[in-house]
Write a protein that binds this ligand. Structure first.
Ligand SMILES: CCCCCCC/C=C/C(=O)SCCNC(=O)CCNC(=O)[C@H](O)C(C)(C)COP(=O)(O)OP(=O)(O)OC[C@H]1O[C@@H](n2cnc3c(N)ncnc32)[C@H](O)[C@@H]1OP(=O)(O)O
Ligand SMILES: NC(=O)C1=CN([C@@H]2O[C@H](COP(=O)(O)OP(=O)(O)OC[C@H]3O[C@@H](n4cnc5c(N)ncnc54)[C@H](OP(=O)(O)O)[C@@H]3O)[C@@H](O)[C@H]2O)C=CC1
Length: 290
């Protein structure tokens, strides 16, 4: 994967997340257990911090155990509850074992947040089969394996649950990321379908669609593309992972107990006005790129 590291840090540090003001009351998620895939990434990390600060035990999931362990250590330093779980969401057997392990250790799971995901910017006409499959497997299949395993465990334990899938805004052509638009449209459709099927099991399923949210994940975009992201919405700024975390807490927790099958867009109004060019603005559209 091509990386374009930023000379300055992208997103929020653990020290900032530990003290960031929140609109939520302390202990609103007291004693709950929340599984966060991609929990050591930019948005997932903010979700982990917020949910832990609200009283939950957060089980953070990813492929890189050292990143997860470092996050859990930071949370533990502030007397917040968390555990690290290495799993590739693209492996259904590993995903089932993950939920077995969390249920065995914690005795319950209340919510699942699927924040693991990503893509690379490339014109769709040039996608390789391997690149296409990498994005579909991660964002659609991996998310589904997590959703299904969570629901099966809730059904077996006769326990209510809620799922929040972090997706992408799919309502307009986000140039250069057609593979992810395909995968995330699938996740949104799937979420609406199982919101109905799983309502009898007392399981709610919702999505959060972020706009341009500054995180380390942005290293896959060029500095020029990143510099233009504030123009993707009428607020003329990028979003913070904390803003996505608070939207996620709203949907995951009791504040949204009558909401299911919904997608909450957190993009500063980008669906109404703005331009997003992940691979540069082509001359055809008035830009410099040939
Ligand atoms: C209004 C909204 C504005 C929004 C703007 C931005 C929108 C979204 C932003 C974000 O989501 S940022 C945060 C998300 N994080 C990431 O995207 C992280 C970076 N991405 C990835 O890690 C990958 O894309 C992945 C698919 C998630 C990784 O999967 P995997 O580890 O299996 O992939 P790789 O082994 O790296 O690659 C597999 C395969 O894919 C092709 N490929 C990968 N990178 C590129 C690239 N830069 N260009 C072209 N093709 C690429 C390639 O075929 C790879 O195979 P090999 O060639 O390496 O054999
Ligand atoms: N930042 C943004 O502007 C936007 C982000 N989004 C979406 O929000 C979600 C979170 O984004 P963000 O936090 O910025 O991205 P990051 O790249 O910072 O974090 C993504 C995390 O997903 C984990 N991950 C990726 N693949 C797998 C896998 N196969 N199995 C397990 N874990 C995996 C990675 O952890 P590890 O390497 O340890 O596996 C990584 O920590 C993503 O789906 C992203 O596409 C949507 C719109 C905009």
């Amino acid at each position: 994967m091509t990386e374009h590291p930023s000379p300055s840090k992208l997103g929020l540090t653990d020290a900032e997340l530990a003290v960031h003001p929140t609109v939520f009351a302390n202990d609103v998620l007291k004693d709950q257990v929340i599984v966060v895939s991609g929990g050591a990434g930019g948005i997932g990390r903010a979700i982990a911090w917020l949910f832990a600060r609200l009283g939950a035990h957060v089980a953070v999931v990813g492929r890189d155990g050292s990143k997860l362990d470092a996050l859990v250590a930071q949370l533990a330093e502030r007397h917040l509850k968390a555990s690290a779980h290495v799993a590739d969401i693209r492996e259904p057997d590993a995903v089932n074992l993950l939920f077995d392990a969390i249920w065995a250790a914690q005795g319950r799971v209340d919510s699942l947040v699927n924040s693991a995901g990503g893509q690379f910017p490339q014109p769709a006409i040039d996608f390789s089969v391997k690149g296409w499959n990498a994005v579909i497997n991660t964002n659609l299949n991996g998310t589904w394996y997590m959703m299904q395993a969570a629901a099966q465990h809730w059904r077996n334990h006769k326990h209510p649950g809620s799922i929040v899938n972090i997706v992408v805004v799919t309502t307009h052509g986000l140039y250069g990321i057609a593979h992810t638009i395909a995968a995330r449209s699938g996740v949104i459709g799937l979420s609406r379908a199982v919101a109905v099927e799983w309502a009898p099991l007392n399981i709610r399923v919702n999505c959060v669609a972020p706009g341009a949210i500054e995180t380390e994940g942005w290293n896959v975009y060029t500095p020029e593309a990143r510099a233009a992201y504030p123009r993707s919405n009428p607020m003329m700024r990028v979003g913070s992972p904390w803003e996505v975390a608070e939207a996620t807490a709203f949907l995951a927790g009791p504040s949204a107990k009558f909401i299911t099958g919904e997608t909450l867009t957190v993009d500063g109004g980008g669906q109404l006005w703005g331009e997003t060019w992940t691979t540069g603005k082509p001359a055809y559209f008035g830009g410099d790129d040939k």
